[in-house]
Design a protein around this ligand. Structure first.
Ligand SMILES: Cc1ncc(COP(=O)(O)O)c(C=O)c1O
Length: 260
């Protein structure tokens, strides 16, 4: 199972891990947007069998492109190293043990990535301060619903996502965003899985394209019977908030140097 820590906000890993472990189902954490985020005092990426981080240019830290994978299982370390190196084992005499890609990072990128890793905590602290300060201000505006993270999670704010309750605000979300201006960094955005969760006109095409990509994988957002697979999916705060307010959900682009 792949869990995505969207926008830098940790998923509620506890119940997911409890569900998967007894069944022996592997967990991959997609931390591409969530470097240094924490769940119950531990860095995300350390809960699953694998934790994957993107170092593409828009992320909290970058080395131009590429990424990092934490391998949290002894038995997968060698396979993961071979996977990024064409499946070719030097130990076994430079033979290809399985089909792999050439995902090796260059030394130059590695050097930049190491320097960025060292800067990470400072950059994330600045993002957290800015996000807290923005939430304090936005919370005072009727109809603006600021991100609310469960106790025990500490996001790293790749983007700042918030909801606009249009009837309460009294103007359309588009109008609101135009008035605060692009300088505010907010923009329209749709969460790709949301139409499939909500049903409606886009559901069939969203489901078709996700199925084409993932074939037989049963994703909670695409399965019509998701409530039977996992009641937690139906009741998750993500599912509730996507059916409640995706039409008006907005993202603020965000860097550690943004001030509200
Ligand atoms: C949630 C998520 N997963 C995976 C990726 C892919 O990362 P990369 O572009 O480094 O391959 C991204 C990139 O934006 C992402 O946001």
């Amino acid at each position: 199972m792949i869990v995505v820590h969207l926008f830098g906000r940790p998923a509620d890993l506890g119940p997911i891990v409890d569900l998967l472990r007894p069944k022996g189902i592997a967990l991959i954490e997609d931390c591409a947007q969530a470097h240094f985020a924490e769940y119950r005092g531990k860095k995300i990426g350390t809960f699953g069998d694998l934790g994957c981080f993107s170092l593409q240019q828009s992320k909290q830290i970058t080395c131009g492109d590429g990424g990092l994978t934490l391998v949290n299982r002894e038995d997968l370390i060698e396979r993961a190293s071979l996977f990024i190196d064409k499946g070719r084992s030097r130990k076994a005499g430079r033979v290809h043990l399985f089909l792999g890609a050439n995902y090796r990072m260059t030394e130059l990128q590695g050097t930049v990535a190491r320097a960025q890793l060292a800067k990470g905590p400072g950059l994330i602290a600045a993002r957290r301060n800015a996000a807290t300060s923005l939430s304090e201000r936005l919370r005072k505006l009727p109809g603006i619903i600021v991100p609310q993270d469960p106790a025990g999670t500490n996001p790293s704010w790749w983007l700042y996502n918030f909801l606009i309750d249009e009837p309460r605000v009294g103007v359309s979300a588009g109008h609101f965003l135009r008035r605060i201006g692009n300088g505010g960094g907010a923009r329209d955005a749709a969460v790709p899985a949301a139409p499939a969760v909500r049903g409606g006109r886009d559901r069939a095409s969203a489901t078709r394209s996700v199925r084409a990509a993932f074939r037989t994988a049963l994703l909670p957002t695409t399965c019509r019977r998701r409530s039977k697979i996992c009641p937690a999916c139906r009741n998750s705060s993500a599912a509730r908030s996507s059916s409640r307010g995706t039409a008006a959900s907005r993202l603020a682009t965000w860097t550690e140097s943004r001030t509200p």
